[in-house]
Write a protein that binds this ligand. Structure first.
Ligand SMILES: CC(C)(COP(=O)(O)OP(=O)(O)OC[C@H]1O[C@@H](n2cnc3c(N)ncnc32)[C@H](O)[C@@H]1OP(=O)(O)O)[C@@H](O)C(=O)NCCC(=O)NCCS
Length: 151
């Protein structure tokens, strides 16, 4: 894997490259219309850079209340950079953010072709098929244990 760095922000406006990636992948490539929402204002947004080039993004939503699940979503990798591990890196980095905040369940809504990608990262599908803008999805989840410092 090439040298990279990861930028994580609270809210989307300080992370404009994440917004551009999402527009390119989800709106232009996949045809979604309702890409941006209120949750973007408070979510953690991650962008992976290879050199100076933004190649992958994902976001993490806080649990709605105690005991509820975290949500990872909007995982997108620029097409020429796919199948090189950048999508997996983006998800793992957000899992670390959950771990240092006490762990818990992460849920996500996976497009059907992306299910094997998330399964490789330890997510399990549950429930039936759900529609999002005409695109079939399934819910998936993974338990993240808390981070304990030794000593
Ligand atoms: C889905 C997506 C994020 C995967 O990112 P990526 O960087 O290409 O995936 P990675 O290279 O990190 O793959 C990690 C592992 O998953 C596997 N994998 C990735 N996509 C896969 C697919 N569609 N089917 C089967 N396996 C897949 C890889 O082979 C790799 O396996 P390995 O660890 O054994 O080598 C990317 O294809 C993408 O942006 N697609 C368009 C947007 C999208 O559909 N996002 C998901 C919305 S739910």
């Amino acid at each position: 894997m090439k040298a990279c760095f990861v930028k994580i922000t609270r809210g989307l406006s300080p992370n404009p490259d994440a917004a551009v990636l999402r527009r390119d992948v989800f709106m232009q490539e996949q045809g979604f219309q309702n890409e941006f929402d209120e949750a973007d204002e408070t979510a953690l947004h991650l962008t992976v850079y290879v050199g100076n080039e933004p190649v992958a993004t994902a976001r993490l939503l806080w649990p709605a209340c105690a005991g509820k699940a975290w949500h990872i979503g909007r995982v997108a990798v620029r097409r020429p950079f796919r199948s090189q591990g950048w999508g997996a890196l983006a998800v793992r980095k957000l899992e670390q953010q959950v771990k240092v905040r006490g762990g818990g369940t992460i849920e996500l809504l996976a497009q059907l072709p992306a299910i094997p990608f998330y399964e490789k990262l330890g997510y399990t599908a549950f429930g039936g098929q759900e529609d999002d803008e005409g695109c079939p999805h399934r819910r998936m989840k993974k338990e993240i244990p808390p981070f304990f410092e030794k000593g």
